[in-house]
Write a protein of this length. Structure first.
Length: 198
């Protein structure tokens, strides 16, 4: 084989190998990262249960770190029990919805309504579009507040529902950015309609 044919064959071989190993093979399907669950799932705590919307996950699963149970939830004086999110990846944060359950024992002879007002009334000057009222959906009753609040860089829209069971306050809190809140309303409704105390 003369030198020209040898060089041409070598170039052809190197080009073929480069195409095979450096350029993706489009015939192979991409790897799909499986989500924690693809359909609604029942979440059970020792005191309550509710249905988690499809493709939602815990903050622990999203961040791959243990949840800090008992952390003061958005400085409301109630300890976070669990938080779920619609975020698929960490960078989805401000485009996602969140649901948390937080709690606090009633103490010192203070009832839930008084505690509710003690928590939110001092915040009212810093909130936008705040609206408070009694809450009753047949299964749960208490107090609710909707508001927008700056937390970190963005403003967030919250809908907090306060209910009581066995002298413990439970705060069911939904939040998303104001522009995305309504888009997640069906998921919020699914959670709230399925929430039950044991």
């Amino acid at each position: 084989m003369n030198a020209r044919k040898w060089v041409a064959a070598s170039i052809f071989l190197i080009t073929g190998l480069a195409c095979r190993y450096l350029i993706p093979n489009w015939e192979e399907p991409p790897t799909i990262v499986s989500l924690p669950f693809e359909s609604p799932l029942l979440f059970e705590d020792e005191n309550f249960s509710f249905t988690i919307p499809a493709k939602w996950q815990t903050m622990e699963q999203l961040w791959d770190q243990p949840q800090e149970v008992g952390r003061d939830y958005y400085a409301l004086g109630v300890g976070e029990i669990i938080m779920f999110t619609s975020a698929r990846v960490q960078v989805d944060g401000t485009y996602s919805a969140y649901f948390a359950v937080a709690s606090s024992p009633l103490a010192g002879g203070v009832d839930m309504e008084t505690r509710f007002h003690q928590t939110y009334d001092p915040l009212l000057p810093d909130l936008r579009d705040a609206s408070q009222q009694k809450f009753d959906n047949g299964a749960l009753s208490g107090f609710e507040i909707t508001y927008q609040r700056a937390w970190g860089e963005p403003w967030w829209q919250f809908h907090d529902i306060w209910v009581e069971k066995d002298a413990v306050i439970y705060v069911l809190s939904f939040h998303a950015t104001p522009g995305d809140f309504e888009r997640h309303q069906a998921d919020f409704d699914l959670i709230l309609d399925s929430f039950n105390f044991k």
